[in-house]
Design a protein around this ligand. Structure first.
Ligand SMILES: Cc1cc2nc3c(=O)[nH]c(=O)nc-3n(C[C@H](O)[C@H](O)[C@H](O)COP(=O)(O)OP(=O)(O)OC[C@H]3O[C@@H](n4cnc5c(N)ncnc54)[C@H](O)[C@@H]3O)c2cc1C
Length: 441
């Protein structure tokens, strides 16, 4: 191992549930990456470590971070193709493509997420009902694997490994660069409309109804107490066709610094949600919004996460058939009354795509819940795991650090096929993370 490129460091998952002391390396040349990989038995890739669950590290693996590989390698404006290194961040990609009125629309909610991280987790953005997940934009990948060396992956070359790598949580090797097909974006400004709703049934109706213009629809719902459960606001963002592309302002460094004492609890949440709802109800139903606010909703609002304190939180993201949502919510509310979890966020949106392997993707409704990390929330969440099995719900392993092996294999019908193909490709299973070990992938 090259002592100049590797060191020990403490690392913690974004939700703060798992921490570890790991060996970490940040190669700056392809040759260094080859050497470091050659000299390590177990490896895992890490981007900005913004996954809620511990996907980019493990006590026994060397974490390779390729943030120094952040160049734009090729841009073909006519064919709308761009090839970028995987350490580039989303905001760096957009700062270039938006100047040409182009983008990829499947953008997860924080600007410093890396291309490698977004592709390996098959991320999606607010527009996932229309645009699906990032898989739809990926045309090719250059992968480095300790044993197989350099591999070009696409629908025409090494197709099986291409398919395993997108959403393969870094287990097939190191993504070095990605070729994306870009879409036109006439304007980087949005119009946001909002509407009050009393319950989840009304939310579902609005989310699923046909819209005359393509919009990103998502909701904010109360789940801080039983009486107001589900009451909320539906937001619709659509591109402001009367506007044009505006320059993106410079991005600050991550501002995630958990407070020493947590501020989210049942009382503070009740007050915060009451005022959030009232302010939204009283303010204009239609307003103009800038690109960063719409696409990266948590940028500038990092205190939401900081308020969980050092103990952190858990996020659960669930994909459910629209026909099953009402029954699921009824049972969820019954459990809520009994176990009294502390839920800080509840949101709904629609998603499109086909579920395969480990990918969080389907033609289903997507529900998101954030919980304060305490005993009651954990007891409640394990009961919801049973509902996942009952209602054929897909829980996200990118978001939920807690999912156990049993729930995972029951809900991810193709997980075993993924595992078999991965072992066929790499019988020593070189690339391993905390999550892949726990789920025995
Ligand atoms: C505030 C916030 C909002 C978010 N919003 C969304 C959202 O709207 N939609 C969504 O889908 N996700 C969302 N996420 C989750 C995020 O998109 C993913 O977790 C993403 O993987 C994080 O990227 P990263 O660069 O931090 O990667 P890391 O967290 O460091 O790694 C994530 C995974 O990618 C692998 N990986 C990283 N780089 C490489 C590489 N070069 N080669 C191979 N594998 C690699 C790692 O091994 C790991 O399995 C959000 C996260 C945060 C913190």
């Amino acid at each position: 191992m090259n002592k100049h490129q590797t060191k020990r460091r403490d690392i913690v998952s974004f939700d703060k549930s798992i921490s570890s002391n790991i060996i970490f390396s940040q190669p700056d040349k392809y040759r260094t990456l080859e050497n470091i990989s050659k000299n390590s038995d177990k490896i895992i890739n890490v981007g900005s470590n913004l996954s809620y669950s511990p996907l980019g590290f493990s006590e026994n693996s060397l974490s390779i971070e390729i943030k120094k590989f952040n160049r734009i390698l090729n841009f073909d404006k006519k064919r709308k193709l761009i090839t970028v290194e995987a350490g580039l961040t989303l905001i760096e990609l957009l700062s270039f493509t938006l100047k040409h009125n182009l983008w990829i629309p499947q953008l997860p909610g924080y600007p410093t997420i890396t291309i490698g991280g977004a592709v390996a987790s098959n991320s999606h953005g607010k527009s996932c009902a229309i645009h699906g997940t990032i898989r739809k934009s990926v045309k090719g990948i250059l992968l480095f694997h300790k044993k197989h060396g350099w591999l070009n992956l696409s629908e025409n070359e090494n197709q099986e490994i291409f398919d395993l790598t997108i959403g393969g949580i870094g287990l097939t090797g190191t993504i070095i660069s990605v070729t994306f097909e870009l879409l036109d974006l006439p304007s980087s400004n949005f119009v946001t409309e909002k509407q009050d709703v009393e319950n989840i049934k009304d939310c579902k109706k609005i989310i699923l109804e046909k819209n005359d213009k393509p919009s990103f629809i998502y909701t904010w719902n109360r789940a801080d107490n039983f009486k107001h459960f589900g009451k909320g606001i539906v937001y619709k963002n659509y591109i402001d066709s009367k506007s044009s592309i505006s320059e993106i302002s410079e991005i600050r460094n991550n501002n995630f610094r958990p407070l020493p004492i947590p501020l989210w609890n049942k009382y503070s949440l009740r007050i915060a949600n009451f005022f959030y709802y009232k302010i939204n109800k009283l303010s204009k139903t239609k307003k103009k919004e800038k690109f960063l606010n719409v696409i990266f909703p948590f940028y500038g609002k990092e205190n939401y996460f900081n308020f969980f304190g050092k103990k952190g939180f858990y996020e659960s993201q669930l994909l459910i058939k629209e026909s099953k949502i009402e029954l699921f919510i009824e049972e969820f509310k019954e459990l809520f009354k009994k176990y009294e979890p502390t839920i800080t966020l509840f949101s709904l949106k629609n998603m499109s795509g086909d579920q395969k392997y480990l990918r969080f993707e389907d033609n289903k409704l997507c529900l998101t819940f954030d919980y304060v990390n305490n005993k009651k929330s954990l007891a409640f969440m394990s009961k919801v795991d049973n509902l996942c099995k009952k209602y054929e719900i897909l829980p996200s392993i990118i978001k939920d650090s807690r999912i156990n092996k049993n729930t995972f294999y029951e809900c991810y019908k193709e997980a075993l096929e993924f595992k078999d193909k991965l072992y066929k490709f790499d019988k020593d299973r070189v690339y391993q993370s905390e999550i892949s070990n726990r789920l025995e992938i």
